[in-house]
Structure formats: structure tokens, C-alpha cells
Design a protein around this ligand. Structure first.
Ligand code: SF4
Length: 324
């Protein structure tokens, strides 16, 4: 038996990047501590939030392990805090045999936590289901390319409807290190600046973007495996199955690359993110200073914010689907 680094109980995990072995109690406490620290370091709770004028946080709750763990920990931290009101938002894409089960997990969790829960569907909002989109595929694209545009639109518009001050998502350390590496490898410096201002800079470092609801990712210091272990140990109602349309091939390659690097050089994900955040912050500032940030426009059709002018990407895709 390997003993916990902090007590004499049996360890349930070994973090090669820190060298520690942790028992169930100390492991769960360490996950929660990292989320609390991230909330503090990102200045998520503004000084002017009061019980009379609370902040509204909309949490993207998909029913997968990441969003279930995030929602549970946030509830634990803020349930008794009258300065913060939380709403869980679930989006049903219309994927047979996949989303129905994860919606059940969301309903169960929201009931357990006594948290307000809202469910919206692509079918009700856009008149399409992802299963049909994949079959028609008018643009010859991967499923996730359609799905990501629709999801972003709904997250943004419903967060706006619920009066959200912040939109919180369950991205973990692996997700963020993959995105960082993809931006490097694609040479997409502007995307790094956008990433910083949209979700990874602390709130006092970011540029105010009135057109978009600020995002936050309080789980982004916790590796994916540890999120899964926390979910299992706490017996949370998460739905683990993979989406059958999952098709982000490039991200999959990066994921495998990062896995091998982390195996051979523990701590790689943390060091990627430390360097990336600093660099992305510098780049974001530079774009602000030289005025080369993209202009924002209103979509001619739905009125949502777009960087292109004319019709937004979501309306373009819906028009293409209608024409099939
Ligand atoms: Fe949508 Fe792709 Fe996620 Fe499936 S894996 S829910 S298609 S974004």
C-alpha cells in the first residue's frame, strides 16, 4: 500500500507532476482548493457584488464529468453566499442515444443541489437536430464545426436572457493546454489574444467587451484524469459516454501528443499554460494598443454579435441547412 503524502491513509492517486500521493480526503480537498484559488486569482467575485445586487453566474452544464464537478464545487463554495446567484444551463443538441442520458444526469444534479436549471434544444431554437445536420452536411464540414457554432450562440443568448454577469464552463487543464498548443501550432496569435480576453486572463487584466458575456473556467488547473477521479469518488451523477459525432481530429492528435509528453516529462501541461498565459496576456495588450482588434457588428438577420459584418456564421449555417 502506498501511503498518502499528508497522512497515513492509503493513497488513491499519484500526481507525477508534483510527486504527491493523496488519499481520498486529501485528494478531494486538493481539487477543491485549486478551484477556490483559481476563483480568487481570476477575481471572479467582484468587490461590488452585494446581497442586494448579486452577480448572476450561468454555468454550462452538459452532464459530462467536467461540468458536473464544476457545478458541484461551485455550489459547495457559493450556496450560502448571497452575493452570487447560479443558474445551470443545459443544451440538447439532438443526438440520439447520447444527450438524453446526460440531460437526465443534469436534472438529477440540479435537483440534488436545489439549483435553478434551464434546458434549451437546437430543435426548439433552430429547428434542427445534430443527427440530421450530420446527415445533410451542406458545407462538407465535421459535425463539431456546426455544433460548436450553434452551442456558442445559445450559451451567449441564454446567458444574456438570464441576466448573466459571467458564463462559467468546465474546461479542465488538458482542454486548455490542448487549445494553447493548437493556437501555437496554427500560428494563430490573434486567437491567443482572444482566448486571453475571453476566458483565461484574470478579470482585472482583461479588456471589457460589452458585446460578450465574460467567461470563466475555474477547473482549468485540474487535469482531466483528476476531474474524473473526483467525480467517481464523490459519486456524482455524470454521464461518461462519448458523443458519437465527436470529430475534432486535430484536437485528438494534440491530445495524444500531450499525453505522451506528460508521461515522459511530468508537469508539461502546467508549464505550457504558465508560459501561454503570460504570452497571451502580452499579445492581448499589444492588439489593444495598436488598435488592430477585430471590429464587432450586429448580424443582419438575428442581431447577435459578429466579427464579420452581414450575416453571422450561425445564420449562414442555418440557411445552408434549409436549402438542402
Ligand atoms: Fe457537438 Fe461535437 Fe460535442 Fe458532439 S462532440 S456534442 S457534435 S461539439
Amino acid at each position: 500500500m502506498t501511503e498518502c503524502t499528508k497522512c497515513d491513509r492509503e493513497a488513491v492517486m499519484h500526481a507525477a507532476y508534483s510527486g504527491s500521493h493523496l488519499c481520498e480526503t486529501h485528494f478531494c480537498a486538493s481539487v477543491e482548493k485549486r478551484v477556490r484559488r483559481r476563483i480568487r486569482e481570476d477575481d471572479l467575485v467582484p468587490g461590488d457584488a452585494t446581497p442586494e445586487d448579486p452577480e448572476t453566474w450561468v454555468i454550462g452544464l452538459s452532464g459530462g464529468k467536467d461540468s458536473v464537478v464544476l457545478t458541484t464545487i461551485l455550489d459547495d463554495i457559493f450556496e450560502q453566499d448571497p452575493r452570487i446567484e447560479m443558474v445551470a444551463l443545459t443544451i440538447h443538441e439532438g443526438i440520439e442515444g447520447y444527450r438524453d442520458e446526460s440531460v437526465d444526469a443534469c436534472v438529477e444534479l440540479a435537483e440534488d443541489l436545489d439549483m435553478r436549471h434551464e434546458l434549451v434544444t437546437y430543435e426548439d431554437e433552430f429547428g434542427v437536430r445534430m443527427d440530421d445536420v450530420v446527415e445533410d452536411d451542406p458545407e462538407g464540414m465535421a459535425a463539431c464545426a456546426y455544433c460548436g457554432v450553434f452551442r456558442r450562440d445559445l450559451l451567449e443568448s441564454y446567458a444574456d436572457e438570464f441576466g448573466a454577469d459571467k458564463l462559467l464552463t468546465g474546461h479542465n487543464l488538458d482542454d486548455e493546454a490542448q487549445t494553447a498548443l493548437m493556437n501555437f501550432l496554427e500560428g494563430d496569435v490573434r486567437q491567443m489574444a482572444k482566448h486571453f480576453d475571453a476566458s483565461i486572463g484574470s478579470f482585472d487584466e482583461r479588456e471589457e467587451q460589452d458585446a460578450f458575456i465574460p467567461r470563466a473556467k475555474p477547473l482549468r488547473d485540474v487535469p482531466e484524469k483528476e476531474v474524473a477521479l473526483y467525480c467517481h469518488l464523490q459519486n456524482l451523477p455524470a454521464h461518461i459516454t462519448e458523443c458519437p459525432h465527436s470529430s475534432e481530429a486535430y484536437r485528438g492528435e494534440i491530445q495524444r501528443l500531450l499525453f505522451d509528453l506528460e508521461e515522459n516529462h511530468p508537469g508539461t501541461r502546467h508549464s505550457i499554460m504558465a508560459g501561454y498565459e503570460e504570452l497571451a496576456g502580452i499579445v492581448a495588450e499589444r492588439y489593444r494598443d495598436d488598435g488592430t482588434k477585430a471590429d464587432l457588428h450586429e448580424c443582419d438577420e438575428c442581431g447577435s454579435t459578429t466579427t464579420t459584418g452581414g450575416r453571422c456564421r450561425k445564420c449562414d449555417l442555418l440557411a445552408a441547412l434549409e436549402a438542402v
